[in-house]
Design a protein around this ligand. Structure first.
Ligand code: NAP
Length: 486
């Protein structure tokens, strides 16, 4: 099908002006479904980032002085505009990222809800009054915005992930410089159009597109940038930790995951199989909290396997803009190569492919992999150790609760985990025993703006969303107030 071009702005937004890259560069944005060019955007580097940092730095004192109530009005208006334009923004998102339109729309609405949540939460940044030991003193803990915040986000959720950084930073009184992933700037450009129309003052929110490393160099070198909020791979996250040392730059890190999904025999198998397939193949498995290791109690393993294979075979694969499509293309060509190599490795080490297992040749262009289910998986296979980020469901059996907790925790990651059971004792033991920052019990899609989101172990540092997600953009300042005698 003909997908055409998008009509959003394609320029950077710095200091309240739409602008081209200083050195005139541009980058073509491709639709992963058919490799057609959907837009050509301004594309710069370090100099553009420096300009944006200066603008954000100059705007900070005035924005910090705006009342939280007035800041909230702009953020709520942004949310309203995003909801009004949800269909259009979702279409842009599908065209640059590939996911089905229905998923894109849900994501845009989640991003709008995130703006609204932080608009309201900003009003509740109370601080504390602490009882003094000396009656001639008063102790206060007050919230102070961190300052200029730089954001770096990946391609897999181009609306949700930037909103989790931009909205709380602005609500807290920080100014921002946003750098979206190379191949998915268009959804963030749509978001900026909403922010601008909602009345965001000049320099408060800036958008820079360009090569990641030179832009990150500017963020790290310039002391005006007080914090970097990053979502991406654990490998790049570790590099940012090392680089942050020189200026003790604040970091929030949302990194990779390898989530277990565990099914106990008392669960409703049909419902769980449906939830497992939806959770696995959402955005083609290219989701940080996607379930990627499926542990099924041995008594029900055969029945569960039959169900998931049948449901997976029935998934409608196609261009995300077509009605009824449940699985779109993968994001890029190298994702196909990586997915194929993980499946080949598992197969060579004894796993059995029950459905799918190879790149799809159904479509003339684009990056397509068949939704895949494999069994007979063992811990040394790469699909169990590398973050897969792929439409592959590896099935494993377990017998006892302690064994499955140990197996689930046997990874450096600790982002999400899923448990399906109707037994309260089992649910509680699992919730307490699993090493993951997000646990869905009978819930395959737990992320929501009002609850904390983030990882344990090598899945990250800090939390987004919830009240913790606002706190990440404040310093706590302690004030001791000595009183005069009399
Ligand atoms: P990535 O390679 O780490 O890239 C993430 C972002 O960082 C992109 O904007 C990328 O730019 C930029 N980048 C790459 N190298 C950089 C460097 N040396 N310095 C500064 N920035 C750099 O991750 P990805 O493969 O694109 O994204 C998938 C990863 O993100 C997965 O590991 C996934 O689990 C994780 N993720 C985590 C969460 C969470 O909330 N925990 C959510 C979503 C995704 P370019 O794209 O332009 O190269």
């Amino acid at each position: 099908m003909e997908t055409g071009k998008v009509s959003v702005s394609t320029r950077m937004y710095i200091g309240g002006e739409w602008c081209d890259a200083i050195h005139g560069g541009t980058l073509k944005i491709e639709n992963p479904a058919d490799e057609s060019v959907v837009a050509e955007v301004a594309y710069g580097g370090r100099d553009d980032a420096e300009r944006a940092i200066q603008a954000a730095s100059a705007a900070f004192p005035a924005w910090r002085a705006v009342s939280t109530y007035d800041r909230a009005k702009i953020l709520k208006k942004t949310a309203e505009l995003m909801r009004d334009r949800a269909d259009r923004i979702a279409r842009t998102l599908t065209m640059e990222q590939g996911k089905p339109l229905i998923e894109a729309r849900t994501e845009v609405l989640h991003a709008a809800d995130t703006f609204e949540w932080f608009a309201e939460e900003g009003k509740r940044a109370y601080g504390r009054i602490i009882p003094p030991t000396n009656i001639a003193k008063r102790y206060l803990a007050i919230k102070h915005p961190v300052g200029v915040v730089a954001t770096i986000t990946p391609w897999n959720f181009p609306a949700a992930l930037p909103s989790r950084k931009i909205a709380p930073a602005l609500a807290a009184g920080c100014t921002v410089v946003c750098r979206p992933a190379d191949q998915t700037p268009l959804t963030v450009l749509e978001m900026f159009e909403c922010l601008i129309e909602a009345g965001i003052p000049k320099g408060v929110a800036n958008l820079v597109m360009g090569e990641a490393i030179p832009i990150a160099d500017a963020f790290f070198a310039n002391p005006a940038v007080r914090k970097i909020s990053f979502t991406g791979s654990t490998a790049v996250g570790k590099e940012l930790i090392r680089r942050s040392a020189d200026q003790v730059k604040r970091l929030s890190l949302e990194l990779g995951g390898h989530a277990p999904l565990i099914v106990f025999p008392d669960a409703d198998l049909k419902q769980v199989a449906q939830a497992a397939v939806i959770g696995k193949f959402r955005n083609n498995g290219q989701v940080c909290i996607a379930p990627s290791r499926f542990y099924v109690q041995e008594k029900i393993a055969a029945d569960f396997t039959d169900l998931v294979v049948e449901i997976t075979r029935g998934l409608k694969v196609g261009n995300g803009l077509e009605p009824g499509v449940q699985v779109g293309p993968m994001f890029e060509a190298r994702a196909l190569t990586k997915t194929a190599s993980l499946v080949d490795d598992a197969s060579a080490k004894g796993a059995k492919i029950l459905t799918g297992g190879k790149p799809s040749t159904q479509f003339p262009k684009g990056h397509w992999f068949e939704p895949t289910v494999i069994r007979g998986v063992s811990p040394e296979m790469r699909i169990m150790t590398d973050e897969p980020f792929a439409p592959v469901m590896p099935l494993l059996d377990f017998s006892k609760i302690d064994d499955v907790i140990a197996a689930a925790n046997n990874t450096p990651y600790g982002l999400a985990a899923y448990v399906f059971t109707n037994d309260l004792t089992v649910a509680t033991r699992m919730a307490e025993g699993l090493e993951a920052g997000i646990i869905g019990i009978n819930d395959p899609v737990p992320a929501t703006p009002q609850c904390p989101f983030g990882g344990m172990k090598q899945s990250g540092m800090g939390r987004e969303l919830g009240m913790e997600g606002l706190d990440a953009y404040y310093e706590t300042k302690y004030v001791s107030l000595g009183l005069r005698d009399s």
